[in-house]
Design a binder for this molecule. Structure first.
Ligand code: AMP
Length: 189
């Protein structure tokens, strides 16, 4: 049986959101994106949104406390009990450890971490294109470079964490959406 508790890992613009959307459609499990939840909090003007906005606009990471709180609250909802695709969380070792502790306690550990690998310069170009289409405040070139730096520094170490855990699968993220989807599917089989 294929994995249903899935984490998609990858640099900003690696195509995690696109692949998550394809997976949830096929598998009927929720897509849990802390980035989407934080953007919603900003749009709604909540306390969390107010705290997060400047940090997000600068391309930095929102504090572990806030992000762990919203992710765990989302994971505790009924629709996440049959599985989930995590996208953009965890992004630091502290978040990964908190997530592992929570899921272990529930007896529902992550089953697979799919790391989508891409060429950094290709990704910067992809993100600049997305900025034109979506008009995201954090998609200007300076912020994109900062987000890449933060990824390398804070999030890339998670590959070793999940490799040690025995659930890491690396997938080449270059190619068409469908090609990458096919590789993700194989990695989850
Ligand atoms: P994303 O849509 O996943 O690229 O997230 C957009 C922004 O939201 C990031 O650049 C961070 O500022 C913030 N964010 C999303 N997820 C996290 C996380 N797990 N930890 C810290 N900050 C996050």
């Amino acid at each position: 049986m294929s994995a249903t508790r899935i984490l998609l890992l990858g640099a900003p613009g690696a195509g995690k959101g696109t692949q998550a959307a394809m997976l949830i459609e096929r598998m009927g499990i929720p897509h849990i994106s802390t980035g989407d939840m934080l953007r919603q909090a900003v749009a709604d003007g909540t306390e969390i949104g107010k705290k997060a906005k400047a940090v997000m606009d600068a391309g930095n990471l929102v504090s572990d406390d806030i992000v762990i709180g919203i992710a765990e609250e989302r994971l505790s909802q009924p629709d996440a009990q049959k599985g989930f695709v995590l996208d953009g969380f965890p992004r630091t070792l502290a978040q990964a450890e908190a997530l592992a502790a929570t899921l272990d306690k529930l007896g529902t550990p992550l089953e697979r971490c799919v790391a989508i690998t891409v060429d950094t310069e290709a990704v910067v170009q992809r993100l600049l294109k997305r900025a034109e289409i979506e008009g995201r405040a954090d998609d200007n070139e300076e912020t994109i470079r900062e987000r890449m730096r933060v990824y390398d520094e804070q999030t890339a170490p998670l590959l070793a964490f999940y490799e040690k855990n025995g659930i890491l699968a690396k997938v080449d993220g270059m190619g068409t959406m469908e090609e990458v989807a096919q590789r993700c599917e194989s990695a989850l089989a």
